[in-house]
Design a protein around this ligand. Structure first.
Ligand code: ATP
Length: 221
């Protein structure tokens, strides 16, 4: 059976989640207090309704507890976001993901029982900052305060060199998880694999080690 999602709040964030889930063939109920937004998503989502989710009876009449996953994408109105989340928790919704507007909001959402809290502006800001500091860092995923997964673009310094030769694990304590070359992805590459300029390397490791490796091997400036 298809998974059933409900997206509450059809701003840029909620709207793009709604669209992406629908494109992946999921059943999506799109909800907003704003009729124009709801009309905009009527042909994209499976169902689109005008509703205020801070009203307990409204949530009940939508049968919200039967959805597999509810995404709360109300950003600016923190009070509505918290109230909506609290009621979803009280109705025992299986998975609740909520967009946080700031660190304080995030803390409260965790406290009241949101299963997952996302902070897209902050996370995207961190990723873009890494990319601005080093143009070889294409993407960045923070795993914890110390560890990350980073996509690096190979330049002249590593062109034609094998992983044994570069000795990345011993010298830097990082692991190359995959090498992307055009459309091909080599997952868990062998030590004998050679890198080529423009390859994209996906590395996991401690931030300080990745930075050291990146400065030594991937920063062509
Ligand atoms: P984004 O940054 O994702 O573009 P936004 O700033 O455009 O968001 P927000 O004010 O964060 O919009 O809210 C997102 C949507 O949530 C809006 O379309 C708003 O009408 C809707 N919304 C706000 N409160 C409620 C509520 N209580 N019930 C349902 N929808 C709501």
């Amino acid at each position: 059976m298809k998974k059933q999602f409900a997206v509450i709040g059809l701003g840029r964030f909620g709207g793009s989640i709604c669209k992406a889930l629908s494109e992946q063939g999921m059943e999506v109920l799109a909800i907003d207090t704003n009729e124009d937004k709801v009309n905009q998503f009527a042909s994209i989502a499976t169902h689109a309704v005008v509703a205020d989710t801070t009203d307990e009876n409204t949530l009940k009449s939508l049968g919200i507890r039967n959805f597999d996953h509810v995404i709360v994408a109300i950003g600016d109105n923190i009070q509505s976001s918290i109230l909506t989340t609290l009621m979803l928790v009280e109705q025992n919704v299986n998975h609740i993901t909520v967009k946080a507007q700031n660190d304080y909001h995030e803390k409260v959402l965790h406290k009241i029982g949101a299963h997952k809290v996302v902070h897209p502006e902050r996370d995207m800001g961190i990723r873009i900052a890494h990319n601005i500091v080093s143009k070889n860092v294409l993407d960045y995923l923070e795993l914890s305060e110390e560890y990350s997964i980073v996509e690096l673009e190979a330049g002249e310094a590593v062109d034609g060199r094998s992983l044994i030769d570069l000795d990345i694990r011993a010298k830097y304590g990082c692991n190359i998880m995959a090498i992307k070359r055009g459309e091909d992805i080599n997952v868990s590459p062998a030590a004998t694999e050679h890198l080529m300029k423009d390859d994209i390397i996906i590395v996991i490791g401690a931030d300080k080690d990745i930075t050291r490796m990146e400065q030594d091997l991937f920063d062509d400036d």
